[in-house]
Design a protein around this ligand. Structure first.
Ligand code: GDP
Ligand code: MN
Length: 382
């Protein structure tokens, strides 16, 4: 789950990061009164869950409250990468001498958090990594001892910071690391961390991604979700308790279990197909959940075949078959279906779909081949 800049700033501030705190406004008049309360020049910033707001014109400086109203008026309602701006953050403007990038990410190969920093701040880290990788400094954090002062100091020196800035940087880095760990984040980022003309460090942007699977451990965090910014598919999938991720291919996959879902995607690719999604219906899914999953899959116009791969243990094949039946009848889809349904109540499930227009496969590789072929021919044949 992605959260807004103003929400991430509230969290980071609790960890001692130096943040010029602002106010959220939903109308130009409210931006005006926020700017009055703040006093002095402000920055008006679109609150949308995408990066590059600055380049898109979603970040504007205003010297007076009147100007803040004008800028808010321009930003509210604008679309950035397809998302309409409904809120702005009005925050004290900062004079900038230097911009630094600082981020905590997970390195899956190392099974650890890696702190990344770059002297080329304000720019997307992906761009820095592509064009000037030598400007990125990294340090891997041992999860059993956490981020050590000397590691943060090393990175600070690598960024060319000196004197008191190094101390400030160490505090910021440790605070950001702790915020990351305490909230089960998958990303915590300050870009830019600025050096003000007086030499002080300030975090003027904040980004945080939270691990959905960790949310149950943090009851307050789920309230930060902005449903306006989710796609209808994401929202419906989450409401139904499905693990769904939209991908670029054309074979819709309905699978029980994350591991089997990954294996199914691999098999699809192995036989020349491209999965249109990752979808794990979980254990013990009933027919209505299966039908919802298929509705979401079939809404995607790029889906040219559906592969249902169920290994029924706790999940009952007859329930899945009934879900497939419901979805087929309800949508009247012409998209070919390939089913590999084995395990608990397999015979009942097969019987249920006996008259339906689906191809049957006995094994995963057979199913993947049939699905890849169905994309070519437009028909399900087994
Ligand atoms: P992003 O483009 O979505 O990452 O939004 P940011 O909050 O990072 O803002 C983009 C850029 O706007 C920053 O890199 C800064 O150069 C500039 N900016 C943001 N806030 C201020 C501010 O208070 N003062 C000044 N002078 N520039 C700012
Ligand atoms: Mn930024």
């Amino acid at each position: 789950m992605n959260i807004h800049e103003y929400q991430a700033k509230e969290i980071f501030a609790k960890y001692g990061l130096p943040i010029p705190m602002g106010e959220v406004a939903t109308t130009p008049d409210r931006a005006y009164s926020a700017a009055r309360r703040i006093g002095g020049p402000v920055v008006v910033k679109a609150q949308v869950l995408v990066g590059g707001r600055g380049k898109a014109g979603g970040v504007k400086l205003a010297k007076t409250p009147e100007e803040a109203r004008e800028k808010a008026n321009a930003i509210l309602g604008m679309t950035i990468k397809g998302i309409t701006v409904k809120k702005v953050l009005v925050a004290p403007a900062v004079d900038i001498a230097r911009e630094i990038y600082l981020g905590m990410v997970i390195d899956r190969a190392k099974k650890a958090v890696v702190m990344m920093a770059s002297a080329a701040g304000g720019v997307d880290i992906e761009e820095v990594a592509r064009e000037t990788p030598e400007k990125i400094v990294r340090t891997t954090v041992d999860p059993t001892i956490g981020l050590r002062d000397y590691q943060a100091r090393d990175v600070a020196y690598g960024l060319g910071l000196a004197g008191n800035q190094v101390k400030e940087f160490v505090q910021i880095a440790k605070g950001l690391y702790q915020a990351f760990m305490d909230n089960d984040a998958s990303l915590a980022e300050v870009n830019p961390l600025v050096v003000a003309p007086d030499g002080k460090l300030l975090a003027i942007d904040a980004k945080m991604n939270l691990d959905d699977s960790g949310l149950f451990r943090h009851p307050g965090l789920d309230d930060l979700r902005d449903e306006n910014e989710e796609s209808a598919d994401e929202r419906d999938a989450r409401a139904a308790g499905l693990n769904y991720i939209d991908l670029d291919g054309n074979i819709g996959c309905l699978v029980n279990g994350a591991g089997l879902a990954m294996a199914t995607m691999d098999a699809v690719k192995l036989f020349g197909g491209e999965p249109a999604n990752f979808l794990d219906i979980g254990g013990g899914a009933r027919a209505d959940k299966v039908a919802t999953a298929l509705r979401i899959i079939l809404r995607d116009p790029s889906v040219k075949a559906v592969l249902v791969n169920i290994f029924g243990g706790i999940t009952r094949v007859d329930e899945v078959a009934r879900g497939v039946q419901i979805a087929l009848e309800e949508t009247g889809t012409k998209v070919p279906f390939v089913c590999r349904l084995v395990g608990t109540n397999e015979a009942e499930g097969r019987k249920m779909l006996a008259g339906a227009n689906v191809a049957w496969a006995a094994t995963l590789s057979e199913a993947a081949q049939l699905a890849a072929r169905a994309v070519q021919t437009g028909r399900a044949e087994g």
